[in-house]
Design a protein around this ligand. Structure first.
Ligand SMILES: [Zn+2]
Length: 222
């Protein structure tokens, strides 16, 4: 059995990755990065719920004001992301894309991995097939970061992985339902309270609708 650091937000994707690892008997060290996101309170609540359910070591929370301090101390992180995307000509990149976020996450998780003496770091990235795109959740990001890790730390190189990268959102939700994971306790919205209309909420709703079209009973109130 192995140990993993999991970048954990309490959302559907990282909760499914969490379940997969614990089912295989691995030890998961859940790590939450507080970078000023609006959804922080509900994300941490969801994360703690599943940490207790999956009986893993406690949630490690790292707080950083880097976005707040550099971009605009008045804006919260989500508003800063919107400002960023306004500077971005690409219409294919999500309005919630925050530059270098997952690069920073990988760095913080790498430092934490030394503390808990494991070298495998898990992201809950999934396959995107919608208009929403985050360049730093791609297989290419994982590959290039792993090459970089070999340069930085050749003797015990940290390895990044994304076990759900081939799953679409409907596969994630379907996995949760099949495995009796209370998906209603995950929190995937960008807002303080679940809005049912942000990119993430729409993606989850579409997943439930697709599953229902395929005659799978979801049993969850979406
Ligand atoms: Zn939402």
């Amino acid at each position: 059995m192995k140990s993993f650091v999991l970048l954990y937000s309490g959302g559907a994707d990282s909760t499914v990755a969490f379940h997969m690892l614990t089912q295989e008997g691995h030890t998961v060290y859940p790590l939450y990065i507080d970078y000023g996101q609006k959804a922080l309170r509900n994300e941490i609540k969801a994360a703690k719920f599943f940490i207790e359910k999956f009986k893993s070591p406690p949630l490690k929370i790292i707080k950083t004001d880097v976005y707040k301090n550099i971009i605009n101390p008045v804006l919260n992180c989500n508003e800063a992301a919107n400002l960023n995307s306004m500077r971005n000509d690409s219409e294919t990149v999500s309005k919630n894309f925050l530059y270098f976020r997952n690069l920073m996450f990988a760095t913080i998780a790498s430092i934490y991995s030394k503390e808990v003496r494991c070298k495998d770091i898990v992201f809950g990235f999934i396959k995107k097939n919608t208009f929403v795109f985050f360049p730093d959740t791609s297989p290419e990001f994982i590959d290039k970061m792993n090459n970089l890790m070999k340069v930085i730390d050749p003797s015990s190189s940290v390895e990044l992985m994304a076990p759900c990268i081939s799953m679409e959102k409907k596969n994630v939700v379907g996995y949760g339902i099949r495995n009796d994971i209370p998906m209603e306790n995950t929190y995937s919205c960008y807002e303080i309270e679940c809005c049912y209309k942000c990119e993430s909420c729409i993606e989850v709703r579409n997943a439930y609708e697709q599953l229902q079209l395929e005659n799978l009973s979801t049993g969850v109130g979406w």
